[in-house]
Design a protein around this ligand. Structure first.
Ligand SMILES: [Zn+2]
Length: 312
């Protein structure tokens, strides 16, 4: 396995942080900020190239603010594109794309609803065709790291399951066509971390602007601790993550004044994690305990690159 992390490193020069390229594949606008906001902000700040591919516009999402309750379908999708752009500004990410262009695939709705049968929805998409579109992005960007969901999509939503299938197939297609992605991760939360966070939430709930707490089952990707290979400390980017989540105002309410909790449209309080966790499913694990850098072992330099300034 020889890896060529950067297409054109100068002879004798160490790889620059800008050579690090991270691609995230998500189902709807807001999933990236909830799952990976701190990770995205951290790597963008460190000069890595961060690319987000979102598969649908989330046109079937439930809208929280009464003042925006009139938005649905295409109008909601249009509005959520604006929310996504604002979230990306908060995270410092300027490369974000809709799979196949805006509106190519529509939101499939929750599992079991008649919406799942809409021929234009992502759940009905031909996996190879959608993966071909994503493989084009992979071949253009040449990321060393791809992040997506597990095979249950984290919690069983059809668009999340399909995003997983499309991402994993695109990795195969890109490998065939010239870019063998060194590392692929699934989003995870260690069970012990989730349990501790919900215990804190029970204590904090009386001081929060929310009435009821959710439960661990509301958090996508919770698994036994032993499955978690990688832990990204994004504490320094907690404010950026909260701002990005707040930008998705139709879908998320973050506790104000800032506390590490939020609600979705079900109004059940959940912890807002600023350390984000992953399971490495493609690529070699580095020896020792959990990795603290998604790029560990890719030959692109460590994640500690203070003072690099703007990279291009
Ligand atoms: Zn989603």
């Amino acid at each position: 396995m020889t890896e060529q992390p950067s297409p054109s490193p100068q002879p004798g020069e160490p790889p620059s942080p800008a050579a690090r390229r991270l691609l995230l594949v998500h189902a709807h606008p807001d999933d990236e900020s909830i799952n990976n906001g701190a990770t995205m902000a951290r790597y963008a700040a460190e000069g890595a190239h961060v690319t987000l591919v979102t598969c649908t516009l989330g046109e079937r999402g439930e809208v929280i603010p009464p003042g925006l309750a009139h938005l649905s379908g295409a109008a909601l999708g249009q509005h959520r594109m604006g929310e996504l752009a604002e979230a990306m500004r908060a995270l410092g990410v300027d490369d974000f794309r809709l799979l196949g262009g805006a509106g190519r695939y529509s939101d499939s709705g929750m599992m079991g609803l008649p919406d799942n049968d809409d021929p234009g929805c992502f759940w009905q998409a031909d996996v190879d065709q959608a993966a071909g579109l994503l493989a084009q992005v992979i071949l253009e960007v040449r990321p060393q790291v791809l992040v997506t969901y597990d095979d249950d999509g984290g919690y069983g939503h059809p668009d999340h399951i399909q995003a997983h299938r499309v991402a994993m197939r695109a990795v195969e297609l890109a490998a065939r066509d010239g870019w063998d992605l060194p590392k692929v991760y699934w989003n995870r939360v260690p069970r012990s971390v989730a349990e501790a966070a919900f215990a804190r939430l029970d204590d904090d709930l009386p001081a929060l602007p929310f009435d009821k707490a959710g439960e661990i089952g509301d958090v996508p990707g919770v698994v036994d601790d032993a499955l978690v290979t990688t832990e990204i400390d994004g504490t320094a980017y907690a404010a950026a993550k909260a701002a990005a989540m707040r930008a998705h105002a139709t879908q998320i309410t973050v506790a104000e004044p800032y506390a590490p909790y939020f609600v979705l449209s079900n109004e059940l309080a959940q912890p807002l994690f600023t350390t984000e966790y992953y399971e490495l499913v493609r690529g070699a694990r580095t020896p020792g305990g959990r990795e603290s850098d998604l790029f560990a072992g890719t030959g692109t330099g460590s994640g500690t690159t203070a003072g690099t300034g703007e990279a291009s």
